[in-house]
Each structure stands twice: as C-alpha cells, then as structure tokens.
Design a protein around this ligand. Structure first.
Ligand code: GDP
Length: 475
C-alpha cells in the first residue's frame, strides 16, 4: 500500500530524532520505518541523554538477553540458589515483566517496567503468552525481549513476594540472605498494603536481588519521580517531563508486520481520503452502569457541542449528492469500541443527510468484540489495531480512566477530548492537555510511614488526574 505522505530520505525523521537505532533488518519490522509516514512529526524531541541511555541499554540487552552466555549462566545460578536459599552473584540483573489486565494496561506497565530497567541497570524480559504472540516487533536490536517459554522462571508462582518482605514504614525486613528472585506486585488489590516502592530504602534492598518479577498493570512511572535516588537521572533523561510515556511508547511498541498490514490497509481503504480523521474511543466497562443510550447522548453532546462533528440538517437530496461530493470536505470518523452499536448508530445519524457545515461524514468501526476477552490472540490483535488507528487521528476523543485511550493519545501525540463518566460527572467532556497516562493507584504513605494527605500537592511534577481523581500524573 502507498504511504499517505511522500517518502523522504530523512533518516532523522525515520528514526524519530534518534529515539530508534538504525541497523534493524527492515523487512522484519516494516512499521518501525514507516510509522513516520502516518504519524505527524513529533514536536517532542528525545534528549541526547535519553538517546545515550537507550543505546547503552541495547548493548546491555545484547550481552545479557536470552541465549547469551551471561544469561544462561545467571539463570542457572539463580535456579540453584533458589533451592538452597541464598542469593546468587550474577553477571547481570533482570526484570521479568508479567502481564495483568487488558492490553492498554499491559502496554503502560511494560513502559514503566522498562524505565525501571533503565534506572536500575537491569535487563527487561517480557512474559508473553500466546495471546500476545505476533503483536509487536522486537524492540532491541539484535536480541530478543521474549522470556523463553522453557525458562524455569516462566512461572512466578512459587517466587517469594515483595509484599511479604516489605513492612510498613519502609523498614528493612529482608535479612542478610537476600533472595535471588522476588515477585513485586504493584497492581491494585482492595487489601493491598503500602509497598514503599517509591522509597530509596526499598530501592537499595531491591538492587541486591538479581531477578525481579514485576507485575503492575499500571503506569507507575510517577512513583519514580517521588523516589529521591532516581530524580537526577530522570531529569537528565526527560527534561520535558510530560513526554516521558510518548518517548517510551514510541521506542518500545512497533506493530508487527501482520498488525501493520491490518492497520495500514484499513487506513488506506477508509481513512486516507478524508480531509480530517476523528477518532472516537468509546470504552463502556459495564453497560448496566452506563447504558448505551446515555453514552451515545454524551458522545453527541461532546462532539456536536464542541464542533468536532457537524449537526445534521435533514435528509439529503440524493440526486444532488453525487455532484456535490467532489467539493465537499470529508471527515472520517473511526469508532473504537467493544460495541458495534456506537458505530452503527453514528453511521445512521449521518447516512444520506446533509450537515450544517456542508461536510460529509463517514463512519468506520474496525471491530466490535461485544466483550473483553482474555488470553485471546485475535482479540488482542484487534485491540492493538484499534489503539494504533486511534493514534493516527487528527482529532481524538477518549474515555475517562481508560488505559486503552492513554496509549492511543501518547503514540499519536494528541490532546484528546476526554468523555467523563456520564452518570457521576457534571461535565460532558473536556480537552486534555497532557500526553501522560494517569497512575491510578499511587503510593499512600511517605517513606517514614506517615500517610500522604494529598498526593496531588505533595510532590513536584505530580498532580491529580481529572479523569480519575484518586490517581496522579506527571505535569
Ligand atoms: P481499559 O480497561 O480501558 O483501561 O483498557 P485495557 O486495554 O487495559 O482493557 C480493555 C480491553 O478490552 C482491551 O485490551 C481489549 O481487549 C478490549 N477493548 C476495550 N475497548 C476496546 C476497543 O475499543 N476495541 C477493541 N478492539 N477492544 C477493546
């Protein structure tokens, strides 16, 4: 398929201002070199320091990644020491990322874990089951980030948990014999205790442990900005704090060739011809709580009220329509939702109708799975295609609290309109000005054990999110 923009030889643009490294086999991951034809160039430049950290990381991953000598020896040592209860002295240190929740949650938590790997000099491997096979390209040159399925660490069940070793107040409860592997779960649980993961003291403890399993399902990057020992590095890596996830996301997540074919063919067939592309991400977690009709009204109120879409005038004279067509401004609406209802409803609204602005509106919905499915490769592929297509829109509308929308806006560098909860919020929707995802479950205590009264005003660069007021984001 032909890219919508003219091909330029500009290596810089192709490699996203140095964020990406050259040298990859181009055919193995076409999207890496073509995404810049589809996304507008980003005004956010990665800092030279971030670029140098990434190049060093790639080198480390080549030395310590799966199938290397260091990796094989280290894994043997860790397995052995697990049996005799002492900590192994390994050549490299590792993170094994574990999945939790849907694809959006997984993407933001992988990005967070990768930044943690950069900050702590660890190598990050991902435990991808069949459900994520063939979604993404390998991100690191000449190596793999996939944890081999035959690894003795594929299963983290029997590994000692971080929660059981860390106590309130950040006190040191690990004895001299550090375990060789520890399962750190930063995910939400209604009974979960404070993890003090944002505290220097616990970071010092964790630095002794060769293998960390990291499970979160959250964008926990704001907690690094609360951790004193990480501050200097972070400031150097991200002088512009609010594009942290934008850079990490564009560095790590490249659609596989199969995903890219689906994305680009849909784009070419339906969206490329439009003067403007409008992405609507309609996330309804429970239709009983937020009924379709209520959500549909809210979408119309938001898009018509803010002139993202024109009002309908009346039935169009079909005899005039064909001659009009060439002159008309065409807007293509991409509807991303589990429910077909939304795309169909919007399509009916505009079909054979003229609009106050004279614009022609076409509506497309690539998929409608009706429900969220787990451990399903095809379902995840559709989700990834939807996220990426949303990131290619000129105007974006996303739903409150949805990590799916967080990923789309950051990859596309867009400031979406956020639809608020139609049942609980007085506001319909509002323009969002940051690319950063919201960290839904931030720390509750200072490192001395005292409760944080208001986490949104207690740390520099960290404020409450508007779409989920309990959470925080980088500003
Ligand atoms: P969140 O729950 O909105 O924060 O987003 P997640 O991505 O973590 O989880 C929702 C999951 O439901 C997705 O990963 C998909 O599997 C599915 N899903 C939700 N909305 C959509 C959508 O618009 N399109 C597709 N294809 N899948 C969706």
């Amino acid at each position: 398929s032909t890219p919508p923009k003219e091909i330029t030889d500009d290596e810089k643009e192709k490699l996203l201002d140095g964020l990406l490294v050259s040298g990859f086999d181009e055919a193995s991951c076409v999207s890496r070199l073509q995404s810049h034809f589809y996304h507008k160039p980003s005004p956010h430049k990665p800092s030279p320091y971030l670029i140098s950290k990434l190049r060093k990381y790639e080198e480390l991953h080549r030395r310590c990644g799966p199938n290397t000598r260091a990796y094989n020896e280290d894994m043997k040592k860790i397995t052995k020491s697990k049996k005799n209860g002492t900590s192994a002295a390994t050549t490299c240190k590792y993170i094994i990322w574990l999945p939790a929740n849907g694809l959006g949650n997984q993407i933001i938590s992988m990005a967070s874990s990768f930044l943690y790997a950069l900050l702590t000099g660890r190598v990050m491997l991902v435990q991808f089951g069949k459900d994520k096979e063939g979604l993404f390209c390998e991100p690191f040159l000449n190596s793999t980030w996939l944890l081999p399925e035959k690894s003795p660490f594929w299963n983290a069940e029997k590994v000692q948990t971080y929660q059981s070793t860390i106590k309130m107040g950040g006190a040191n409860t690990l004895n001299e014999d550090f375990p060789s592997a520890l399962h750190v779960n930063l995910g939400y649980s209604p009974t979960s205790e404070e993890r003090f993961f944002h505290c220097d003291h616990n970071q010092f403890l964790l630095s002794n442990i060769p293998l960390l399993f990291l499970e979160a399902g959250q964008y926990f990057v704001p907690s690094f900005f609360m951790t004193p020992i990480f501050k200097k590095e972070l400031n150097k890596m991200f002088p512009e704090i609010t594009s942290t996830f934008h850079h990490l996301g564009r560095y790590l997540f490249h659609p596989s060739n199969e995903a890219w074919e689906l994305i680009t063919s849909f784009y070419q067939q339906n969206l490329a011809k439009a003067n403007e592309r409008i992405g609507l991400q309609i996330r309804v977690v429970d239709p009983k709580l937020t009924p379709h009709q209520v959500v549909m009204n809210q979408i119309l109120n938001c898009t018509l009220g803010n002139k993202l879409l024109p009002k309908v005038l009346g039935t169009k004279n079909i005899y005039l329509s064909s001659s009009d067509k060439n002159k008309k401004i065409m807007k293509a609406v991409l509807v991303s939702s589990l429910y077909r209802h939304y795309g169909e409803n919007l399509k009916m609204t505009y079909m054979n109708k003229s609009t106050v602005s004279g614009e022609v509106i076409e509506v497309y919905q690539p998929s409608g799975e009706e429900q969220q499915k787990f451990n399903d490769n095809k379902h995840n592929m559709k989700a990834w295609v939807d996220i990426y297509l949303l990131s290619l829109s000129d105007v974006l509308v996303t739903t409150y609290q949805s990590t799916f929308g967080y990923v789309a806006k950051a990859l596309g560098n867009s400031r979406p309109w956020i639809l608020y909860n139609p049942v609980y919020s007085n506001e319909i929707c509002e323009r969002e000005f940051t690319l950063e995802p919201c960290y839904h479950y931030p720390p509750l205590h200072y490192c001395n054990g005292k409760p944080i009264e208001d986490v949104g005003s207690s740390f520099p660069y960290i404020r409450h999110c508007k779409d989920y007021t309990f959470g925080v984001k980088l500003v």
